[in-house]
Structures are given as structure tokens and as C-alpha cells.
Design a protein around this ligand. Structure first.
Ligand code: ATP
Length: 240
């Protein structure tokens, strides 16, 4: 039995002739929730894409439940449920049909589709066309497809991006509920209040570098103050 659900071991990424993620290591035990925090261009999406196998690390290795993508692609992919940052659903189909389609691809039956629809609170709306959904409903639908196959690791890229405060809070509540049920989650966010409400562990990134990381209680003055301090410390280090 592996003691970590996710291990990122000295992973870096070079793209466009520069290092957009510097070598970094992270480990996430089962049942824990980790937030990747940082401003625009910090490297959050790049790291997430490497974790889910969409992009290859330039150096290092990533393991999910001890499996490496390059050695066990199919099995690795089966362990992960991914909610991308930007996704266009097919036009002219309902939410139910959409989820049945993705469920079919993953060998998931209609009973599980119905369960997931209920978990994300779309039961009443699932007969509607996705094109008529609000941004908050589309985010929930995207979240639902990530949950379908009961993944060992749920990876969410900016799940609350563009949501109004109501939807943001309800998505954060959903994450807290999943965490209580033992779901392991890695998610990225700009929103430190969301990270504070949901995560156990926080990793602050800035321009491709980890500038601070730790458990949420290890930042007693709050994540916003900790992020500002880490940024300042990093700037001083770079200036020296
Ligand atoms: N394929 C690529 N080629 C060159 N540069 C890239 C590539 N992909 C990302 N970058 C650059 O790497 C940096 C990190 O991008 P990334 O999308 O990972 O940041 P992010 O933290 O997710 O930011 P945001 O919150 O704005 O989405 C950015 O400066 C981006 O322009």
C-alpha cells in the first residue's frame, strides 16, 4: 500500500525556451486536499496538466498510487478525475446525455450518473440543454464528469473561476463534503479564501517556483498574509 496518493518528485517543465516550472516535489496522502495557489502565470495549470498526463514533465517523475504515467498510461488515467479550467460541452444535448456519454467512455453505468448528478445538485436541471446552463451550472457539470468513475485522485483546475459568490461558496461546500468522505483532491485557485475554507495543505507558486508550502493551520495569520510574506521573501532572495 502506497502511503501517498500523489507524489511529484523533482518535476520541472521547460516550454518556449524557458523553465516555466522549476524542479519541485510534493506529496499528498490519501484523503487530503491540496491547493495550488498563486497569481496569473504562476505555473498552476502547467503543473496540473503534468499531473493528469496531458503534458510531459521535462525532468522528474509523477506517481499516482505508485503508478507512473509513462509505464502505466491506461491505469494511471483511470485513477484520476480531471476538471479542466476551460472546456466547451457539446451543443444540443442535455446534462444527463452529456454525463451518460462521458460515463460510457469510462464504463460507468446510469446509476452512478444519477448519483453524481445528485452529489453536484443538478438533479432537477439535468434534462436541460447544457447550452442553457449558467456558468455555475456548467462548472458543476464539469465537476460531475470528473467524479463519475470514483477517481482515487480528483484534480481540479480553477474550479471556482468566474463563479459568483453564491456558486463559489456552494462549490467550496461540495469540496468540503467530498473531503469528509475521504476524497483526495488537488486543486488550483487564485482565491485564497477558497483554499482556506477547503484545503488541508497549501502550496504557493510564483513564476514557476514554490515560494512556500505547508498545512493550512501552519499559517496562523491566514493564507493571504502568508502569501504576501512569501512573495516579499522571494523578491528579496531574487534581488540578492
Ligand atoms: N506551452 C507553453 N509555451 C510557453 N510558455 C508557456 C506554455 N504554457 C504555459 N506557458 C507560460 O508558463 C507560465 C505559467 O502558465 P500557467 O498557465 O501554468 O500559469 P497559471 O498559474 O495556471 O496561471 P493562470 O492563473 O493565469 O491560469 C505563463 O507565463 C505561461 O505563459
Amino acid at each position: 500500500m502506497d502511503s501517498f496518493c500523489l507524489e511529484v518528485d523533482q518535476v520541472s517543465k521547460v516550454a518556449g525556451g524557458r523553465e516555466i516550472v522549476e524542479p519541485l516535489s510534493l506529496s499528498l496522502p490519501p484523503g487530503r486536499v491540496m491547493a495550488l495557489c498563486g497569481g496569473n502565470g504562476a505555473g498552476k495549470s502547467t503543473l496540473i496538466k503534468m499531473v493528469v498526463g496531458v503534458s510531459r514533465p521535462t525532468t522528474g517523475a509523477i506517481r499516482v498510487q505508485g503508478l507512473e504515467w509513462r509505464r502505466n498510461r491506461m491505469e494511471y488515467a483511470r485513477r484520476i478525475g480531471f476538471m479542466p479550467d476551460d472546456f466547451q460541452f457539446a451543443a444540443g444535448v442535455s446534462a444527463w446525455e452529456t454525463l451518460c456519454f462521458y460515463g460510457g467512455l469510462r464504463g460507468v453505468g446510469k446509476q452512478r450518473v444519477a448519483e453524481v448528478v445528485e452529489i453536484v445538485g443538478l438533479t432537477e436541471a439535468c434534462g436541460k440543454q447544457v447550452s442553457d446552463f449558467s456558468k455555475g451550472m456548467r462548472q458543476r457539470l464539469l465537476f460531475a464528469q470528473a467524479l463519475l468513475a470514483r477517481p482515487a485522485l480528483l484534480v481540479l483546475d480553477e474550479p471556482t473561476n468566474g463563479l459568483d459568490p453564491y456558486w463559489m461558496e456552494s462549490l467550496a461546500e461540495l469540496l468540503v463534503q467530498l473531503k469528509a468522505e475521504g476524497q483526495t483532491v488537488l486543486f488550483s485557485t487564485h482565491q485564497l479564501d477558497v483554499a482556506e475554507a477547503v484545503a488541508d495543505e497549501v502550496v504557493f507558486l510564483n513564476r514557476g517556483r514554490v515560494i512556500s508550502q505547508g498545512s493550512v493551520p501552519s499559517f496562523p495569520d491566514g493564507l493571504s498574509a502568508a502569501f504576501q510574506t512569501s512573495l516579499q521573501r522571494n523578491r528579496t532572495r531574487e534581488a540578492e
